[in-house]
Design a protein around this ligand. Structure first.
Ligand code: AMP
Ligand code: ZN
Length: 457
């Protein structure tokens, strides 16, 4: 099979670029991880599903992926302007637990969600609180190079010292200086950001000694320090949600450029948001948590299917109808595949087409459409199965899983009636009932020891 070239949309270049790794057959991938002060919501999970598909796509292209993900368990302030409370301390207060307990609990809940969604575990998981010294060292280097200044509440990065600050987001720094009213406090420029915050006179649960005074690190410095520790000062891909473009990734880049003289990643990829009637989804709302979806009778994998129906660079509008449709489609898919014989061969030309969709910036909607096209094609049934299951290495839908569907009462009654009339020898009536069941969306499968019913494929 000839492999089509892998193209990825790089936010920095604002265009599709052929992917070339630094080391042959190896990829260093840094994905910004969760802030563990509450449960993840479906939006957050959409971003991790995107990262998972990216990782699987790289793997199927023959790369060994060193996937590093941080856990933000300190330092993410409520406001992007470096004011307000630390989200962890706030979460702890709200739940009447210690910040450490909160972090541990929600980190576990996050990994439970990833498992339910069949998301591969990162190769390295690193917590901000376990890398305080690395962050202090990083800040000290920035200080030596003259990129920092101190105020009464912390140590700040001076964005004025970098000529191309904000290039990832195409930030208009001059416009920002003149126009937007940002909470400045003692900051010299609106875009300056905290590297280290002092505890001050407010009691804190998470705080450390530093050369500048007792306090805690800023949010951006944790990613710069840990990415460099585990992937080196230049690595292949950095990913996160689209909200990271103007602040978090912009500031990560500024720190690395200031310290090392270059941008740390060769490709910057961003997953667009899941939206709820065009509104922002917040962690404080509980309705879009994975456990809430499960409680409403949805399989976690139905949500995975739903996210595959839209491109990662499009907003996805969440609706319950959409999720129901995804669940039905997934069940239909599994049912179809379950009835196909094994021992087939992966079809070369369909695989090439599939890889073309994947390698054109992860076009999952088209890849998914191709799955259905194959199932309705003239391919040999066993080859259909082999090909679709090969595709599932990227889709990650567990298509081979045998579907156990609940048959509604009115259908069970019809099946019983059909068995009775068949036993009485009335085959014409039995066939008519079979057709009726078929029209209602189900399929009777007769076997030696009785009839079983599945959703019609
Ligand atoms: P947080 O736990 O708040 O740090 O966010 C974890 C990840 O979820 C980040 O990569 C965010 O960019 C991403 N994210 C936040 N809200 C959404 C959303 N509505 N849709 C998709 N991704 C999101
Ligand atoms: Zn980050």
């Amino acid at each position: 099979m000839s492999q089509p070239e892998l193209l990825l949309f790089d936010t920095m270049a604002r265009e599709l670029r052929p992917f070339n790794s630094i080391q042959a057959n190896k990829v260093g991938l840094y994905a910004c991880g969760p802030t563990v002060y509450d449960y993840a919501h479906a939006g957050n999970l959409r971003t991790y599903l995107f990262v998972d598909v990216l990782r699987r796509a790289l793997e199927i292209n023959g790369y060994e992926v060193n996937h590093v993900m941080n856990i933000t368990d300190v330092g993410h302030l409520v406001s992007d302007a470096d004011t307000g409370e630390d989200k962890m301390e706030k979460g702890a207060r709200k739940q009447n637990k210690s910040a450490w307990e909160i972090a541990q609990f929600f980190e576990q809940a996050f990994f439970d969600d990833l498992k339910l969604l069949n998301i591969s575990t990162p190769s390295v998981i690193c917590r901000a609180t376990e890398h305080i010294q690395d962050q202090i060292n990083f800040i000290q280097e920035l200080e030596t190079k003259g990129f920092t200044y101190q105020t009464s509440d912390g140590v700040y990065f001076n964005t004025d010292r970098l000529a191309d600050y904000g290039k990832l987001a195409r930030l208009d720094k001059q416009g920002l200086e003149a126009g937007i009213r940002v909470e400045m406090a003692e900051k010299k420029h609106p875009t300056d950001f905290a590297l280290w915050k002092f505890s001050g006179d407010k009691p804190r649960q998470m705080e450390w000694q530093s050369p500048w005074g007792i306090g805690f690190p800023g949010w951006h410095i944790e990613c710069s320090a840990m990415a460099e520790k585990y992937l080196g000062d230049v690595f292949d891909i950095h990913v996160g949600g689209e909200d990271h473009i103007p602040v978090h990734h912009t500031n990560e880049i500024a720190q690395c450029q200031a310290k090392n003289g270059h941008v740390q990643a060769n490709y910057w990829l961003h997953g667009y948001f899941l939206q709820l009637k065009k509104e922002k989804i917040s962690k404080s709302g509980t309705s879009l948590r994975l456990d809430a979806l499960i409680a409403k009778g949805y399989e976690p994998m139905a949500y995975r299917y739903l996210t595959l129906t839209s491109h990662y660079r499009s907003h996805l509008s969440f609706t319950w109808e959409g999720l129901s449709g995804a669940q039905k489609a997934l069940h239909r898919l599994r049912n179809k595949v379950a009835f196909l014989p094994s021992n087939g061969k992966v079809d070369e030309s369909y695989s090439e087409l599939f890889m073309r969709h994947i390698n054109r910036d992860l076009n999952m909607p088209q890849a998914l459409a191709l799955v259905w096209e194959i199932l309705n094609s003239e391919l040999l049934p066993e080859n259909k199965r082999a090909t679709v299951l090969f595709f599932d290495r990227i889709l990650g839908l567990d298509i081979h899983k045998i579907e156990t569907v609940e048959i509604p009462e009115h259908i069970s009654r019809l099946v019983k009636l059909r068995t009775q009339v068949k036993q009485q020898g009335n085959y014409k009536k039995a066939d008519a009932i079979r057709n009726q069941i078929h029209d209602l969306g189900y399929q009777v499968n007769d076997s030696g020891d009785g009839s079983t019913v599945t959703i019609r494929s």
